[in-house]
Write a protein that binds this ligand. Structure first.
Ligand code: GLY
Length: 371
């Protein structure tokens, strides 16, 4: 059996392990039994995953470990991250009978984890929760750290709760059917952790990224475990994003959110692609402001471009995006204050800081140059 990497999220009595390895979903029962309170579980998954053998693999292992489970299926797609779907999910779980020892297991990508996690936080004022992420994005980002939520018609993730899982099982075999484009979008969040905290991880990724994306399971385990360890440390230091540390995970996101709004959060630009573009621009802005060596910004941009992620607006939409509209969206960003824009800036690869005083003229000049 190949290695299983264990990353601890240190949160006192709410602390938990993230396990990264091959074939972990087929061992879910034995790997979860010790962290659950009772023998009953609800497996929440989506309609796309139901067509794969993953729910069956998890289900058989739960039964083999003496756990009883039932499955609730949610329509695939971001539209299911809604208040209506949350209500339907809660009712479906309650219909089958629930007590406070019931565990909610989220098998899927970010949507399933966010939705099922919020359901777990609300059910009977909180029941045990487990993340079984199947997309690279969910594995390196949304499954770790306890953010759960659904969207409102007034914005994304506006209704949510911090509800930490009891355990996260990251099975690299779940990635084998993930479309290349989604894999790359997830990779953007993986390398983001290196950009903000770990130069050595970036250098390692730069050497190994092709076989890693090509499917080498050991490289994937190593990359995911090291990336998750960074996220785990950040969450352990600032669980509720009140101390400034967790905000660093928003590197690239001020740009990204503007582009996602302009493209309608659809197939034209996936979240991870928007983040890649936003990170390339955040590096360029950091250099422009004299905070980051140009060589680092260029190395980061070249790495993202090499794997096929967008690093210029014109790569997403011919002619780019209207500069003033982009700026207006950034101004509306909840972090903007008094005419100054807030960004996470890099002071080099592996070092980031929050800047609340970025001059809009500098951002305008960057955007005008397709930066
Ligand atoms: N994805 C950002 C965070 O978990 O804080």
């Amino acid at each position: 059996m190949s290695t299983v990497r264990r990353v601890r999220v240190e949160l006192g009595e709410r602390g938990y392990d993230v396990l990264v390895g091959r074939g972990l979903l087929g061992r879910a029962g034995e790997l979860l039994a010790e962290v659950l309170d009772g023998p009953e579980a609800v497996l929440v998954t989506d309609s796309h995953l139901l067509a794969t053998d993953l729910p069956g693999r998890v289900g058989r292992s739960l039964e083999a470990a003496g756990l009883r489970y039932r499955t609730v299926v949610v329509p695939a797609g971001e539209a299911s991250k809604s208040l209506e779907r949350l209500a339907a999910l809660l009712e479906a779980i309650l219909e089958g009978g629930a007590d406070r020892r019931l565990a909610v297991l989220a098998l899927g990508g970010g949507m399933i984890g966010d939705l099922a996690g919020l359901a777990a936080a609300l059910l009977l004022r909180g029941v045990p929760f487990v993340q079984l992420p199947t997309s690279l994005l969910a594995q390196v980002d949304s499954s770790v750290g306890g953010k759960t939520g659904v969207n409102s018609r007034f914005g994304k993730n506006l209704v949510g709760a911090f509800w930490q899982p009891r355990r996260v099982l990251i099975d690299v075999e779940a990635l084998s059917t993930l479309p290349r484009r989604e894999l790359l979008a997830g990779y953007a969040e993986l390398v983001k952790h290196a950009f903000i905290k770990d130069r050595a991880l970036f250098d390692w990724l730069d050497r190994h990224v092709e076989p890693l994306l090509g499917g080498d399971p050991d490289l994937r385990i190593e990359a995911i475990a090291r990336s998750v360890a960074i996220k785990a440390a950040v969450v352990g230091a600032d669980e509720r994003e009140t101390g400034g540390e967790r905000a660093l995970l928003n590197f690239g996101h001020t740009f990204a959110h503007a582009y996602e709004t302009l493209t309608g959060y659809g197939a034209e630009l996936l979240h991870g692609e928007a983040v890649a573009l936003g990170m390339a621009q955040a590096f360029a802005l950091s250099t422009r402001l004299g905070r980051c060596p140009a060589a680092d910004a260029e190395a980061a941009r070249a790495h993202l471009a090499r794997v096929g992620l967008p690093v210029r607006p014109s790569a997403v939409r011919r002619g780019g995006f209207p500069v003033e509209e982009t700026l207006a969206l950034m101004r509306r960003d909840k972090k903007a204050t008094g005419g100054k824009l807030t960004f996470v800036l890099a002071t080099g690869i592996g070092r980031a800081e929050l800047a609340r005083d970025v001059d809009e003229a500098e951002v305008r000049a960057l955007l005008a140059g397709d930066g």
